[in-house]
Design a protein around this ligand. Structure first.
Ligand code: OGA
Ligand code: ZN
Length: 395
């Protein structure tokens, strides 16, 4: 039995594995409504006893192979308390519960990974670097062969996407189908009404303005969807035309600047859900959401800025003018030359970016001066961040 348990433990949930800079637990102190854990690196965690009971890892509460909770919520006694809590010989926190004698054991690495003190939440918050036009001198890049053939290359790519919201893949073959192969290294393709992938070329009878040669102001794609696609890929296959420079702008950086300069405009955009809509003969896809979405801490999570997809406003009359002025303030900020990174995407480069953070656009080009052909697709963020977490697990 002990051997089986050990094997299950060793092979179990990666949350249980010691991390690269694993600090063992050195002490435990039980108070009325707090179990304090001390780690060798000086950190102290504060766990509510009910939190510990709610997250019990014993095989009857947490399935050791499925790595999922199986304890029924209603079986948790909110008044339960530890009869004892000690560090066992194996270095785990061992709790005997007063209500029913149930025993819980928590490995130190698991407690550390799930500790919810402010310092711990901060330690785990992904690093986010906001940028402006100066990014031109140090733009995030990765090599195509490295992302296709190595774990480190793939990890580097997704890390840069998460940190900067964009990354240019260089030296890719200039062929159709390459962009989907690269995107699939990250995760499943996100299918939309454009299909699983699409080519961007100027053509007669365009179904949207991207398929013309006219300027595309910076925008988020598919702001009319319940969840606009997360990571967007645009692969340059041919580019002989004059004009057509690409533009990227960090929407999070611009929103933060707006919040500093005009907090009322920021709040109005964060608190006024408006409808975005795509419609043609086959489709009428609409969604209502604020222009700037913030989380419960006020941190900007996503933008929805796409003039083509704006539905007529249906907000109270007294809000129409302040709302349009607020949106103009945001768009003015997004278009400020000191915010924009402008560059010519070269054949063999894939521009990848977090579509709900980094807005993209292009200058007009002259379709008579030569061809310009891009191929694109999307992968959702949960796929990308999952892949990164798995690649970052201790091996
Ligand atoms: C698009 C788009 C940009 C470009 O297709 O969504 O914004 O460079 N294209 O053509
Ligand atoms: Zn676009």
């Amino acid at each position: 039995m002990a051997a089986v348990e050990k094997r299950v433990r060793l092979n179990a949930d990666p949350d249980f594995w010691p991390g690269k800079d694993h600090a063992p637990m050195t002490g435990v102190d039980v108070r009325e409504d707090c179990v304090k854990i001390f780690w060798a690196d000086g950190r102290v965690g504060h766990f509510h006893p009910l939190w510990l009971r709610d997250n019990c890892l014993s095989p009857s509460c947490y399935h050791p192979e499925a790595w999922e909770k199986i304890q029924d919520l209603l079986a948790v006694d909110p008044e339960d308390r530890p009869a004892s809590a000690v560090l066992g010989a194996d270095g785990e926190l061992e709790i005997h519960w007063a209500s029913d004698g149930h025993v819980s054991r928590f490995p130190g690495p698991w407690l550390r990974r799930n500790c919810y003190d402010d310092w711990a939440l901060e330690e785990r918050r992904p690093h986010r670097v906001l940028w402006d036009a100066a990014i031109a001198g140090e733009r995030p890049e990765v090599d195509f062969t490295a992302v296709m053939q190595t774990r480190d290359g793939l990890r580097d790519w997704i890390y840069k996407l998460r940190t900067y919201g964009f990354c240019i893949v260089t030296d890719a073959p200039k062929r159709s189908g390459v962009v989907t192969a690269a995107a699939r290294r990250i995760g499943f393709l996100r299918e939309t009404h454009f299909g699983t992938d699409y080519s961007v070329e100027s053509k007669p009878n365009p179904e949207n303005v991207a398929y013309t040669a006219i300027e595309l102001k910076t925008h988020n794609d598919l702001s009319n969807c319940e969840a606009p696609p997360g990571i967007q890929f645009l692969h340059c296959i041919e580019f002989e035309a004059t004009g057509g420079e690409s533009i990227l702008v960090d929407g999070f950086a611009a929103s933060e600047k707006l919040r500093g300069m005009d907090p009322d405009a920021f709040d109005l955009l964060a608190q006024t859900p408006v409808v975005a809509r795509f419609h043609d003969y086959d489709w009428d896809i609409r969604h209502r959401a604020p222009t700037i979405a913030v989380d419960h801490n006020g941190v900007v999570q996503e933008l929805r800025v796409n003039r083509q997809l704006e539905a007529p406003l249906d907000i109270p009359n007294e809000k129409v003018k302040p709302f349009i002025k607020a949106k103009q303030a945001l768009v003015r900020m997004l278009r400020a030359p000191e915010q924009e990174y402008r560059f010519k995407l070269r054949p063999g480069e894939i521009m990848s970016f977090h579509n709900r953070r980094v807005l993209h656009g292009r200058a007009a080009f002259d379709p008579n001066s030569g061809r310009r052909k891009l191929e694109g697709c999307y992968v959702d963020c949960d796929q990308a961040w999952s892949r990164l977490r798995v690649l970052e697990r201790a091996e």
